[in-house]
Design a protein around this ligand. Sequence first.
Ligand code: ADP
Length: 259
Amino acid sequence: MLVLEQVKAGYGGRQVLQIDELRFPENRISILIGRNGSGKSTLLKAMAGILPYKGEILIGEENKRFLSVSEMSHKKRARKIGLLPQTQHPVDMDVETLIMHGRFSRLSWPGRPGKKDMEAVDKACRTCGIGELSGRIVSGLSGGERQLCYLAMVIAQDPEIFLLDEPMSAMDIGHQIRIMEIMRTLKKEGKTIILTSHDLPQSFTLADRIALLSEGRLLCEGTPEELSERPGLVKKAMGAAVRRKEGEGLLYPYVLTES
Ligand code: ADP
């Protein structure tokens, strides 16, 4: 469980985000939706502890203790939270070396990758289906391939909570379907997944819960079914609404509507 209470964040003294209360349940896929500039990335960065904020962002432990994201050590935070940022730099290193970076918080003394770390990298590559990219230099990959490699790095990190900023933005539909499957697999493994997206039909299909952001504020939060019954709010936040559609074999059983 990730809990936000009275959270404010911004840049250089300009506040762009104010969330009074929001809870992300464990073992669920939650999707943050909002127009460009509505504060989705800012919220992810605050939750990842890389952007200063006011208020409380707390992670519930199994024994019901709550830990503050801003007060955790870097190492502890990296075991709890993994962030896939929106921009993935085209670094000059091979794919396996990049993915091994996800293991930094887990390396035991003397800080060299061991068998367990190699296995975690292999497993992350298999999960993301990027075996054929083995040995390639990241800067020579396509945007979508690079996105998959960075996602594999976060999977190798093995955090409890995944914060993924538009993880499918550079991907063709085949890769998007694969990412949706990866999200569902991570959920089955007990992970908590929070991602941002612009794609309404896809988000409504994938999410257990959706939080709608508008101008840095939480407009509403609920299941896709609940939100599809409030088309006015969705339209206000996104410029289009969503309706459930019945039919066999639909990849996304939600369609965009004008109102
Ligand atoms: P979204 O992810 O929903 O597109 P962001 O969280 O990136 O929105 O942006 C929210 C607001 O914060 C916007 O007004 C944006 O211009 C501003 N902003 C985002 N990043 C920065 C930054 N690094 N410096 C200054 N302002 C920023």
